[in-house]
Design a protein around this ligand. Structure first.
Ligand SMILES: Cc1cc2nc3c(=O)[nH]c(=O)nc-3n(C[C@H](O)[C@H](O)[C@H](O)COP(=O)(O)OP(=O)(O)OC[C@H]3O[C@@H](n4cnc5c(N)ncnc54)[C@H](O)[C@@H]3O)c2cc1C
Length: 322
């Protein structure tokens, strides 16, 4: 590893709505933020063509354009945006301590505050037809994309609480929802099961998996397979929602920050403070409930304000001591 060392006031990890919003606020507070984009510059929204629910865009906007504009806004106030991946961290336990962050296994940046905005990745089935049609009718976010299938027939894969909740959400918008559950029972809570079963336009198929998503450019149908009998059946649908879970991108913080059993970072209530002083978490990396661009942006703002207050407290203590 090289000996290059650099000290920054605020280092932001991730370039989704949380990271760029944190950057806008941190830059305007003169924290001179440095932001590392990671492997997906612009974050999850760069994989979607239409964002209709972010306030301020009356006609909607495509994800990549929205994220480019957020980057430009962050840069306008002096954020330094760098392409690079944080590959390791050594976070201090001390108030006023310096956090060491390794970039691309080769360079160490020392940071007085760190804002984590590394997001979460939706899990997919990883079959070729599903991957090919992502963005063409295959989605991992019913709240984001359900509206585009108003009055149409769709299917959803998964049997947990999120799948049950998303199936109920879709049932309010769509004509019919077919729910595919791999096992012979639903993992969701009894209350959620009751909700699903009470909705007439949801058809639950147990012991059923996706064999192939049908369609060339867009989803036109689904071939399902019963994993007990091997029997296959095709249905016509226009949208397929995958609700089999998310994985927060927090592996590099394991053993250093408190997280729940799935890896979501734990923050103090009504704050973005993590278990280490000077380290703040925002966006999907710490939110397994809402997972929206606007909530990610909101917590990005909170993280920058929390970092600013933290630095002010540390600096005033240093002044008193000296
Ligand atoms: C297909 C799809 C459509 C969606 N549509 C909508 C919608 O219409 N409306 C809506 O509100 N929400 C939508 N969402 C959800 C929304 O995209 C997320 O809630 C939001 O992007 C979360 O923002 P974030 O900043 O927390 O993380 P992300 O957007 O996930 O960004 C995470 C960032 O962290 C970076 N990163 C990760 N690890 C590292 C590392 N080790 N070092 C450096 N950088 C790292 C990544 O490169 C990325 O830039 C959609 C999601 C998907 C997948």
């Amino acid at each position: 590893m090289s000996e290059q060392l650099e000290r920054v006031k605020t280092l932001i990890v991730g370039s989704g709505p949380a990271g760029y919003t944190a950057a806008i606020y941190a830059a305007r507070a003169d924290l001179k933020p440095v932001l590392y984009t990671g492997m997906e510059p612009g974050g999850q929204l760069t994989t979607t063509t239409e964002v209709d629910n972010f306030p301020g865009y009356p006609e909607g906007i495509d994800g990549p354009t929205m994220m480019m504009q957020l980057q430009q806004q962050a840069e306008r106030f002096g954020t330094e945006v760098r392409i690079g991946m944080i590959t390791a961290v050594d976070l201090s336990d001390e108030v006023g301590g310096i956090h060491k962050v390794t970039v691309d296994d080769s360079k160490i940046v020392e940071a007085e505050t760190v804002i984590i905005s590394t997001g979460a990745s939706a899990k997919y089935l990883n079959i070729p037809s599903e991957q090919r049609l992502r963005g063409g009718g295959v989605s991992a976010c019913a709240v984001c994309d359900g509206f585009f299938y108003k009055g149409q027939e769709v299917a959803i894969v998964g049997g947990g609480d999120t799948a049950a909740e998303e199936a109920s959400y879709l049932a309010n918008i769509c004509k019919k929802v077919t729910m595919l559950i791999r096992k012979d029972e639903m993992r969701a809570s009894k209350a959620m099961q009751h909700r699903v079963n009470s909705l007439e336009n949801i058809e639950v198929r147990y012991n059923t998996e996706v064999d192939e998503v049908i369609g060339d450019q867009v989803v036109e149908g689904l071939r399902m397979v019963n994993n007990q009998t091997g029997e296959k059946e095709e249905i016509a649908i226009t949208g397929l929602f995958i609700a089999i879970g998310h994985k927060p991108n927090t592996d590099i913080f394991k053993g250093q920050l408190e997280m729940d059993e799935t890896g979501y970072l734990i923050t103090q209530p009504k704050s973005t403070k993590t278990s280490k002083p000077g380290v703040f978490a925002s966006g999907d990396a710490q939110d397994k409930i809402y997972r929206q661009a606007i909530t990610a942006a909101g917590t990005g703002c909170m993280a920058a304000l929390d970092a600013e207050r933290y630095l002010a407290t540390v600096e005033s203590k240093e002044t008193l001591v000296s």
